[in-house]
Design a protein around this ligand. Structure first.
Ligand SMILES: CC(C)(COP(=O)(O)OP(=O)(O)OC[C@H]1O[C@@H](n2cnc3c(N)ncnc32)[C@H](O)[C@@H]1OP(=O)(O)O)[C@@H](O)C(=O)NCCC(=O)NCCS
Length: 214
């Protein structure tokens, strides 16, 4: 199902890719995908989204309707971008992520595997559904593995959210935050050089280990 004229030159799509899947929601039907997209098997792009150049998808990726994606966005296997999301240039979404409706991801931001966004504060309640809004992720922010971010939360540009955090409140730009609930623990600029944290394991050089203290 490839809608004519929707896709720029240079598309490389595996068998089993669907470009132009019709949404059941009544939204404008147009779809545009910029040039040189690389779409791997199982990718489904709904109509009604505007996508920039050089989109890369892994396997079994879904991008719903009413989304706006910039250039050079990559979305890896098993991830879903629900409807009404905005994703900036160069953002990277790793495997098995869920980007909830009406989320925003800034340019160059990164979601590690298993990141989940929520957008409905009181599920099942009509007033909450009416106000559904996913998180807002600032440019260049790095969201660690298996992080959960609640509705309305704003993560400042360049922040790092530690693995497994549940983020319930806004995080300022340039801050390292983690825990459940996540709290600010320091500045990204204050993190040590990696070489201070690890040492080469003589037995397996490709696998460094924590540097011992003292
Ligand atoms: C948050 C993070 C950047 C902190 O790094 P750091 O400042 O070097 O932290 P440290 O290793 O010095 O740990 C400091 C303390 O916080 C704890 N801690 C570190 N990360 C934590 C996390 N994500 N959740 C809960 N506690 C954490 C440590 O156990 C340690 O506690 P202790 O002093 O009682 O031993 C890092 O731990 C992290 O989670 N990085 C993200 C990894 C990731 O998901 N990468 C994605 C690509 S695969």
């Amino acid at each position: 199902m490839l809608s004519e004229g929707a896709v720029g030159e240079g598309l490389v799509a595996d068998d089993g890719v669907i470009v132009g899947y019709p949404p059941e929601r009544a939204v404008p039907a147009g779809l545009s995908v910029g040039r040189d997209a690389r779409l791997r098997s199982g990718t489904v792009l709904y109509t009604g989204s505007q996508i920039g150049a050089r989109l890369q998808t892994g396997h079994n990726v879904v991008i719903r309707e009413q989304c706006e994606l910039g250039d050079d966005v990559s979305i890896w296997s098993g991830s879903v971008v629900d409807y009404g999301c905005r994703i900036g240039d160069g953002a990277k979404i790793h495997t098995n992520c869920y980007v909830a409706q009406f989320s925003e991801i800034g340019a160059g931001a990164f979601l590690a595997p298993g990141v989940t966004f929520a957008n409905d504060l009181y599920p099942g309640r009509a007033d909450s559904a009416d106000a559904m809004t996913g998180p807002w992720i600032g440019a260049g922010a790095q969201i660690g593995v298996n992080v959960t971010i609640l509705p309305y939360v704003r993560i400042g540009a360049g922040a790092i959210i530690g693995a497994g955090a549940v983020v319930t409140r806004d995080v300022p730009a340039g801050v390292v935050a983690y825990g459940n609930p996540a709290v600010a623990r320091g500045a990204v600029a204050g993190l040590p050089a990696i070489a201070q944290r690890i040492e080469v394991d003589a037995g397996v050089e490709s696998r460094p280990r924590w540097r011992s203290h003292g």
